[in-house]
Design a binder for this molecule. Structure first.
Ligand code: TXA
Ligand code: MG
Length: 325
């Protein structure tokens, strides 16, 4: 059930009182607090079990509010904000005095975005301030793309959940270091590299040139309970069946060229042919395979173009070593 006007007013009241509100965005659900209330911001870290050094994104109601939160905005950052907001693009800029260090993990930069979801925008308008929000999952696990996912992840740790239906994009925003006129991508996401380059009029600098520290980009992230292994597409069926034969409960993310191929495994999800469909469904597929009791998920990477870059990034992290969390 989509949030009503009275739900939005109630949620704004919870934020004003220092509480936590889960809110839908076009990418994933966020766990929001008043960005200017350090105690409320600290509660986010407790609820998620997230180390306090991991910076959060401040969500604002429109590009016209950008200068309330940051300083020294390069012309390129303004161009990107005007072009892509509201939308799945996060800009890292120099922190303005309104942003407490609790929200930035002690950094002098802050990540800001305007979410493209009517419920999020209504909440930001009703509240009037900035809402700092990471994805509304426990630290290291799969991001929620429905209100039910949020409840399953966080239970009573969240004071109020705004339901805005399933998220359209399905993977998190693209994070760009926009502190200079040579922006770099820190995390691939819903806005593609190709989209950014079309607006900038030149290729993006390779990530290695960024001097911005990116805490919170652990090798293992976005991980389901089941172990994830990535294999070459042509080996997907054979590897999955071999593991199942050895007694594992195997879940398979079956990608397009193999759609319809019968696989002797515990559970098979046929991935949509379009990258947008794959991104939208990705976290739900991982959750579903967990719920079906899989202990191993076998997948292969999509072509790393467009949204394929973000999907591949999340799958690699889902398959990353678990010890480093
Ligand atoms: O789509 C999204 O971005 C979602 C929705 C809720 O907006 N949010 C999200 O937040 O994915 P979170 O906290 O799960 O990931 C934000 C990441 C951090 O892990 C960190 O890597 C990066 O943003 N980040 C935040 N502030 C930063 C900063 N000042 N400098 C560099 N990276 C930063
Ligand atoms: Mg997250």
């Amino acid at each position: 059930m989509t949030a009503t006007t009275s739900d939005i007013d109630k949620a704004a009241g919870v934020l004003r009182a220092g509480g936590l509100v889960a809110l839908p965005t076009e990418t994933v659900y966020g766990l929001g607090a008043n960005a200017e209330d350090p105690a409320a911001v600290s509660r986010i870290f407790q609820a998620k079990g997230r180390p306090p050094s991991h910076p959060l994104i401040v969500h604002i109601g429109g590009a016209e509010h950008l200068d309330d939160w940051v300083q020294d905005v390069p012309a390129t950052a303004r161009l990107l904000a005007e072009h892509f907001w509201p939308g799945p693009l996060t800009l890292v800029l120099r922190r303005g005095p309104r942003v407490p260090l609790e929200a930035t993990g002690g950094l002098e930069t802050v990540a800001v975005r305007v979410p493209d979801h009517p419920v999020a925008l209504a909440l930001l308008a009703a509240f009037g301030g900035g809402v700092t929000a990471p994805s509304a999952n426990r630290f290291g696990s799969v991001s929620p793309t429905t209100a039910d996912d949020v409840r399953a992840e966080l239970g009573d740790a969240v004071d109020f959940v705004l339901d805005g239906g399933p998220c359209e994009v399905g993977v998190e925003s693209t994070i760009v270091d926009a502190t200079s006129d040579l922006p770099t991508v820190l995390r691939p996401g819903g806005v593609t590299r190709e989209d950014l380059e079309a607006v900038l009029g030149h290729p993006l600098a390779v990530p290695a040139t960024s001097t911005v520290r990116v805490p919170g980009q652990h090798p293992s992230h976005y991980a389901p309970r089941a172990r994830v292994v990535l294999v070459e597409p042509e080996k997907l069926v054979i590897e999955a069946e071999a593991a199942q034969k050895l007694g594992q409960q195997v879940g398979v993310l079956l990608s397009p060229p193999f759609a319809g191929t019968p696989v002797k495994a515990h559970a098979v999800v046929e991935v949509p042919a379009s990258l947008a469909g794959y991104a939208r469904g990705l976290y739900g597929f991982l959750r579903a395979l967990d719920q079906r009791g899989c202990d191993l998920i076998v997948a292969s990477l999509p072509v790393e173009e467009g949204l394929g870059l973000a999907i591949a990034n999340r799958l690699r992290r889902a398959a990353g070593p678990r010890s480093i969390v």
